[in-house]
Design a protein around this ligand. Structure first.
Ligand code: ATP
Length: 240
């Protein structure tokens, strides 16, 4: 199988705190891979290493056969951070045009991508509104649209559906599964267990390490749990 992401012996400290400890991980092409784990366990730090916006102390990250960091990779990665990085005084459309232009999109291609992603996140009616007047969920949806606008091969989504209502959450997930079917690779973090259940592979992150990984069914069997919530709780008990 082709691997989109390969992480080898990665460690990271912040001051004296060991935030990531000897992480080894491979993510196959065209998969949906979920990181779940308690608050502060290191999920965001790990995704930042994959995107290349923070660097490990030891170890390497390779994405699409290029060693991270690599400027050329930015074209292939769509990243949605946990906190929205938007321009509040610009409209939704102006935000999208700005980010799309950074990737060299223009003319018809730019218009088509903006129409596609704004419809996808159901913001097409709010495109001409300033972001300062958006709700929290609308900002999250705009951030997702920005991550998708340049049609990247790899999507890295840090808690993508926080603040999004259940109906839209379902349609976002439908689209993520469709993108996966098109061969895109998706890595996301979540605290929502029924979202984790939709991932093909889950990594349980605990105290800066990967405690276990596998399909939802494999993890349930490994921990003798009826559901992923049970896996999460059993993994926590086992690591104490
Ligand atoms: N820039 C930083 N400087 C110092 N410490 C940091 C920094 N970024 C993260 N940390 C610490 O690293 C640890 C892991 O944080 P991280 O954000 O990766 O956790 P997380 O699993 O994503 O949590 P959550 O689910 O709450 O988002 C935490 O103890 C956090 O305080």
């Amino acid at each position: 199988m082709n691997h989109t992401i390969r992480i080898e012996s990665l460690s990271k400290n912040y001051g004296k705190q060991e935030v990531l400890k000897d992480i080894n991980l491979e993510v196959g092409e065209g998969r949906i891979y979920g990181f779940i784990g308690p608050s502060g366990s290191g999920k965001t730090t790990l995704v930042k290493m994959i995107v290349g916006i923070d660097s490990p102390d030891t170890g390497t990250v390779t994405v699409l056969d290029k060693k991270v960091p690599n400027l050329k990779l930015l074209q292939d990665i769509g990243y949605m951070a946990q906190s929205d990085a938007l321009y509040p005084e610009l409209t939704g459309k102006e935000n999208l045009v700005f980010f799309a232009s950074l990737f060299g999109l223009k003319g018809t291609a730019l218009r088509e991508r903006i129409a596609y992603v704004s419809k996808l996140v159901q913001l097409d009616d709010a495109m001409n509104k300033k972001v300062v007047a958006y709700s929290g969920g609308m900002k999250r949806r705009l951030s997702l649209a920005i991550a998708l606008v340049h049609d990247p091969k790899l999507l890295i989504l840090d808690e993508p559906t926080v603040g999004i209502d259940p109906e839209l959450r379902q349609s976002v997930w439908q689209e993520l599964l469709e993108l996966m079917a098109q061969g895109k690779t998706i890595v996301l973090t979540t605290h929502v267990m029924d979202e984790a259940a939709k991932c093909e592979v889950i990594a349980l992150v605990r105290d800066g390490g990967i405690l276990a990984s596998g399909s939802p069914a494999e993890l349930k069997a490994e921990y003798g749990a009826a559901d992923l919530e049970g896996v999460f709780l059993a993994a926590g008990r086992g690591s104490e």
